[in-house]
Design a protein around this ligand. Sequence first.
Ligand code: LLP
Length: 451
Amino acid sequence: MDGFSYKQGVLHAEEVNLDSLAEQLGTPLFVYSLSTLASHLQTMRDAFFLIDPLICFSVKSCSNVSILRFLVEHGAGLDVVSGGEIYRALLAGARPETIVFAGVGKSAEEVRYALEAGIYQFNVESEKELARIDAIAGQCGSRASVSIRINPDVADRDTPQKTSTGGCQTKFGIPVTRSARLFAEGLYSNVDVVGIHAHIGSPIHDSASYLACIDVIEALLDEVEQAGGTVDTINIGGGFPAIYEASHFDSISLQKMGSVISHRLQGLKARGLRFVIEPGRSISANAGVLLTHVEYIKDGWDRQIVIVDAGMNIILRPTLYGAQHAMWPIRYGRFNGHWTHATNASQPRPNGALSPVDVVGPICETGDFLALSRPLPTLSEQDTLAIFSAGAYAMSMASQYNSKVRPAEVVVMGEHYQVVRQRECYEDLVAREMDGIEPIKSDAKNLKLVK
Ligand code: LLP
């Protein structure tokens, strides 16, 4: 996959040998290819060039500050969903006027922080949130620019239910039938309602779902304009797909998807509208791999169980969504056209000698697996597996469950690498905890103080 290839039987990230890197830095380890991130950002730019959108990379997919800084320096704006993500975005050097802020539960503190930072737009998800932003903007003496996140009641049938956000049964957005009146002038003193936002889920594999959503957006736009309101921004969200399985190789073309969507939106561009897109995984997923070492291989009742050092604490997607991530040993690639085991290149294993195994993590839960019944070549306890497409929603969703430390993150460019997040240590696990209990009497006075 992009940026990652087997050279003389060993997986490399660009020109860096991942076998040596894993030995040097330990596992589990996330490795990202910077040139892949840059080229994916460029792919999005090319795919959508007809409408020249502001491309706001979705921070939640891959939130390492150094990686965000790299993308910002390559021209990305950022899509954030919390005060913490605004903090990361500013730290990464994003210009506030390139930041958009979504999320159904923005707290008063987060709204104030965003206003003080001077972000480009709030993507507002309820009438109550609009009233909150209006009041806080009044207190801060600022004005807020707002897109209404509509709930268009459009769902892509292939998007997992847990990440499908456009249907009428979900918590997201304001039902489109109630949205037009929010653009009426004079409703709010400190808020300019000037945009329409929709994000129907992720990943979305079919351009037809975007087109159905754009139909809804356009109908709303007409309604607003006929009523004398103004719209200057259309934000169609993210959800553009990444490659997870070999079968995706031929079916996914961001270029084609972007072009179909852009052609549909071109007419609106002629009406003077500005566009925003919020891609996450399409930029970051295939730019990262997770390296995980085989700790033990044991025979279960009827299957072989391969126990690796990364579990659901580090990559939650397989158990949470049933995601199928391609995986392969890092020392077992094609060499001179044959499948070889790099440590034993004199005895190439024949093609097809694969048997199904369960690849599981060390966490004490049955749901802690990376893959079930996955056909893999015969593995040993000397092997390290690469879990592909792990650049999005892996590290950013990792936890310390079972008091496991979170892994290091490394970026690679050409022959060079740099650790951009150190592996946590045991002290990190307890850094915010008190060692012992010394209760303070809870009375009304104390409670007030605490507030
Ligand atoms: N914009 C909004 C408002 C979003 O909520 C999201 C993702 C995106 C953009 C970016 O979507 P992307 O282009 O990355 O698909 N943890 C799940 C994905 C949750 C997506 C949440 N929102 C996963 O691992 O698949």
